[in-house]
Design a protein around this ligand. Structure first.
Ligand SMILES: [Zn+2]
Length: 229
């Protein structure tokens, strides 16, 4: 998992998309100015041909150490104004500076570790195979039994992860509001969610169980409080 998060943009992503360094100009210098203010040493900003497959506009941060880079979808550059792109990037830098990336990697490793531990424990358990009608413990029956028993555990840990992730989103938004214009983040989020055809009014319970990001309206309202008057 650590290998993948370190090398995702250098080894995996190039298999599917082309990335080119962001050229010098107004956008690049605006991004550099903001990242300096936000205490982030920025070496790599790349533009990816996201428009190849979808109209979704996005930006993400990947890797760590020397491999860390910011990747902007070309759709983001096409649809958003400079100050909006800067605000989106400030949000991504927020995830890095507030240690969300490290923490979610650690949590992901723990989650998988616990899963594999339980799997090792259950898969050879004779009672499990017997319960499913096999006379002696066999691996593939144990695997099915484990799958059934683990699904509520995985729902619970997944729920924990979505709650954690939504909290991180609010924090990254607040971080972005400090180093970029909150109004620009608001209009950027509106454009991004319109592009992604996301549901403007999802049911609160559905959001609670499934959403890794808070719905647009709640993010806009939280940002309203940050608008400097
Ligand atoms: Zn985010």
């Amino acid at each position: 998992m650590i290998f993948f998060s370190k090398f995702y943009t250098t080894l995996i992503l190039p298999l599917f998309n082309k990335q080119t360094p962001l050229e010098e100009g107004e956008l690049r210098s605006a991004i550099e100015k903001m990242s300096q203010k936000a205490g982030f040493t920025l070496e790599n900003v790349f533009v990816m041909d996201g428009s190849k497959r979808s109209t979704k506009a996005n930006a993400f941060f990947s890797g760590f150490g020397k491999n860390k880079r910011i990747v902007l979808f070309d759709t983001l550059i096409r649809d958003l104004e400079t100050d909006e792109i800067v605000a989106v990037l400030a949000h991504e830098i927020g995830h890095f500076r507030l240690k969300h990336i490290v923490r979610s990697t650690v949590l992901g490793v723990l989650q998988t570790g616990i899963m594999l531990f339980l799997l090792g424990w259950f898969v050879n358990e004779p009672a499990l195979s017997e319960a499913l009608g096999a006379s002696k413990p066999v691996f593939h029956i144990g695997l099915i039994g484990f799958g059934i028993l683990y699904s509520p555990v995985s729902s619970l840990s997944g729920l924990g992860m979505t709650i954690f992730s939504r909290r991180n989103e609010y924090q990254a938004d607040a971080f972005a509001a400090k180093y970029a214009r909150p109004e620009a983040l608001q209009t950027a989020l509106k454009k991004i969610s319109a592009n992604a055809l996301s549901n403007p009014t999802p049911h609160p319970w559905y959001v609670f169980f499934n959403y890794s990001h808070p719905p647009l309206l709640q993010r806009l309202e939280a940002l309203d409080k940050k608008v400097r008057r």
